[in-house]
Structures are given as structure tokens and as C-alpha cells.
Design a binder for this molecule. Structure first.
Ligand SMILES: *Cc1c(COP(=O)(O)O)cnc(C)c1O
Length: 384
């Protein structure tokens, strides 16, 4: 029974297995130089890929919109749908080149709304084995049959699709896999969706803003036009604020407004955050150097770490995991780096498969070239 003494016992087991998790206390603003638990660190651990989380222009946008108050006061379907939300939806749709967009308070809730409103007991959801936990939870909550295909394995997915006889089929994938940094084969996935009459749902939490010449994300340059394609991106990572949006056909947006429970039964995000996101989109367009710099950091890191005993995983995105393998070793390297003032977390099973413990390097346009050199040199020293 889960009473308090049982919970204490279970927490004790977690601590013994080095699996107990606690939070580090952040003082001051988010960034690459942070004060965590009172200690100044150079961080390679945030999702603030473009360095916008503390950008003065976004702060200014919040100040300017304070005249609208702080709280949104209600859900979107009551009186909470502010002109700032509405304008942002138009701006987001244009930014990603899709016909319509709908704003959500978090990416987790966007995933829940889409999967639970499109799928039911007689349907099937096909998901990549490495999908984000929020997609897994959304699939479970939808009560649809859940078929998981081997990571990026299109032949496996095709065979599962061929076997399915359900009413509605939906393929769900991360666009950029959060612990691996690789990009899903979007075009192949859309081909399969066409062939087997399925929806394709793409969660671009880690690609939006950072990938593509204009920051459009994983879709940039693909020239895909399909009513089956449903795009989702979060606004708390590269965009530097919070929230998420779904984009696609206007009928689908109308459906989500009417049937997406995690859209309907929750308070709208404060309008001032919508103003901050809108300003963030402007900054993303104006400050293209942020994406250039991020790409340059990725290239330099790869070159600089080529002779380490551990390989970087095959990734061209700002998520560059260093595959150490052994849990203890990954922990030891992470704690050696911490001694040197560098925050680079070790990711261990069960978050990743057994034997693939890794150091997940997350790069940001807020890093300068010296920060990248500091990391490269420190990794060479601790691996010697
Ligand atoms: C972060 C993340 C989410 C959740 O988004 P939030 O806005 O933080 O709730 C969903 N999917 C993926 C792939 C993510 O990385």
C-alpha cells in the first residue's frame, strides 16, 4: 500500500540505486552561466538553444503587455482567449508555413489533446520507441491500441501499419529525439502515412527555432503539403518562453477546440506570455546569427571531440550526446566536470537503454566560442 512509510522505503531504494532525483536551485536568470545551488557553473544542460530565455526584448514585451494584467482569468472557451493569443496563433502558423495554429499552455497538454481527441478504443497509435514520455502518456490516455516501432525503423513501422485494421491510425514521432539528438525521417513517415491512410503527428519540441535557415524547425526545406500532417512545437525551449502550439488544417484546430480536453479544461496562458512568444518569433527572424552560431558550435564540438575515447552519437542538432556506456563511468565524468565548474548531466537507464549511459551536451547560441573550447579541453582532461 502506498502510505507514507511505504513511500519512504521506496525512496530509500531509489537513493541506494543512485536513482533518486532532486532539484538544483537556480538563482538569477536562465542562461549558460548559471548559479545552481549557490555555485557558479558553465552549463551545457538547458534547452534554451537560442539564448532567448532572458533576452531583453522578450522582457520588454512582457513589461509592455502588463497593462493587460497578469492572469488570463479563464479558459479559452470562457473569457480567457485574448487578442494577444489570437494574434500569436496567426503569427505561429505563418512562421511554420501551415494554414492554422492553436496555442496550448504546455507541450505535454498539446500532445494529450491531439492524441486523445483523434483516437479512441478502436484506433491504433504507432510510436517510435524513443518518443518523449508525454507522447507515451497521451497514447495511453487515448485508450487506443499502442504499437511501438523500433527507433526510426520504417520497415518495422510499415509492417505494423500493414497489420492494423483499426478505424483511425496515427503515427506519432519526436522530430528531434531528445536523448539522442537525431532527426526523424519525416518524408518517409509521411509516405507511410499516405500509403496506410494514417495521420502523422510530429513533435518538434527540440527543432522549432533552432533547425532550418529561418528556424522553422524540422519541416524547413521539406516542402511537405499534406492534410495528414499535424505539427506540434513547444515554446519553452528555443523560443525561450513557455507553452506550445499545434499547426495544421483549420478543421483540425476547430476539432481540438471542441474535443481536446487538455485544451478546454484549463486556464489560458497569461496574455503577457503570448506577447513574449510573439516577440521571440521576431527576434528569431531578426537575429539569424543565433542559428549560425549554434551550427558553428556543433561543428567545432564534433571536431574537438573526435579523438576522445567515447564517440559522439550521430546528431547534427544542438543535442550532442557523448556515449560513455557504463553508468558509473558516466557519473564519474559528470562529477569530475562539476568539480571544474561545468554542468554536463549524465543520462542513465532507465531514461536510456542499458549500456548506453551518456553525457548529454546541449549547446546554445548563448555559449561563446571559448565556452566550447573549455568543454572540449575539460573532456580531454577527464578522459585521459
Ligand atoms: C519538452 C518536450 C515536451 C513537453 O513540452 P512542455 O512544453 O515542456 O510541456 C514534449 N515533447 C518533447 C519531445 C519534449 O522534448
Amino acid at each position: 500500500m502506498k502510505n507514507l512509510s511505504e513511500l519512504s522505503a521506496r525512496l530509500h531504494v531509489l537513493r541506494q540505486g543512485s536513482r533518486h532525483r532532486t532539484r538544483r536551485l537556480l538563482d538569477g536568470a536562465q542562461g549558460v552561466r548559471v548559479v545552481l545551488d549557490g555555485r557558479p557553473l558553465l552549463s551545457f544542460a538547458s534547452n534554451d538553444y537560442l539564448g532567448l530565455a532572458a533576452h531583453p526584448a522578450l522582457q520588454e514585451a512582457v513589461r509592455e503587455s502588463l497593462l493587460y494584467g497578469v492572469g488570463s482569468g479563464a479558459s479559452h472557451l470562457l473569457t480567457g482567449h485574448h487578442a494577444l493569443h489570437h494574434g500569436l496563433e496567426t503569427q505561429l502558423a505563418a512562421f511554420v508555413g501551415l494554414p492554422a495554429a492553436l496555442l496550448f499552455s504546455t507541450g505535454y497538454m498539446a500532445n494529450l489533446a491531439v492524441l486523445t481527441s483523434l483516437l479512441g478504443r478502436h484506433d491504433t497509435v504507432f510510436s517510435d520507441r524513443l518518443n518523449h514520455a508525454s507522447l507515451v502518456d497521451a497514447a495511453l490516455l487515448s485508450r487506443a491500441r499502442h504499437r511501438r516501432y523500433r527507433h526510426a525503423d520504417m520497415a518495422h513501422l510499415a509492417s505494423l501499419l500493414a497489420d492494423a485494421t483499426s478505424d483511425t491510425k496515427l503515427i506519432a514521432t519526436d522530430a528531434v529525439f531528445s536523448m539522442d539528438g537525431d532527426v526523424a525521417p519525416i518524408e518517409d513517415l509521411l509516405d507511410l502515412a499516405e500509403r496506410y491512410d494514417a495521420w502523422l503527428y510530429v513533435d518538434d519540441a527540440h527543432g522549432f527555432g533552432g533547425l532550418g535557415n529561418t528556424g522553422r524547425g524540422v519541416l524547413e526545406g521539406l516542402a511537405l503539403a499534406s492534410d495528414r500532417l499535424i505539427y506540434m512545437a513547444t515554446l519553452g525551449k528555443a523560443a525561450g518562453v513557455a507553452g506550445a502550439f499545434v499547426a495544421g488544417h483549420p478543421v483540425l484546430m476547430d476539432w481540438l477546440v471542441n474535443a481536446g480536453r487538455s485544451y478546454i479544461y484549463t486556464t489560458a496562458m497569461p496574455p503577457l506570455m503570448a506577447a513574449a512568444v510573439a516577440r521571440s518569433l521576431d527576434v528569431m527572424a531578426q537575429e539569424a546569427w543565433r542559428r549560425d552560431r549554434l551550427r558553428a558550435h556543433v561543428d567545432r564540438l564534433k571536431a574537438g571531440l573526435a579523438t576522445l575515447p567515447w564517440p559522439l552519437m550521430p546528431s547534427s542538432t544542438p543535442i550532442q550526446p557523448l556515449l560513455v556506456g557504463d553508468n558509473q563511468k558516466a557519473m564519474a565524468v559528470s562529477s569530475d566536470l562539476l568539480q571544474r565548474g561545468i554542468l554536463l548531466p549524465a543520462i542513465r537507464p532507465p531514461t536510456v537503454p542499458e549500456g548506453t549511459a551518456r553525457l548529454r551536451i546541449s549547446l546554445s547560441a548563448a555559449h561563446d566560442s571559448e565556452d566550447i573550447e573549455t568543454l572540449i579541453q575539460a573532456l580531454h582532461e577527464v578522459s585521459a
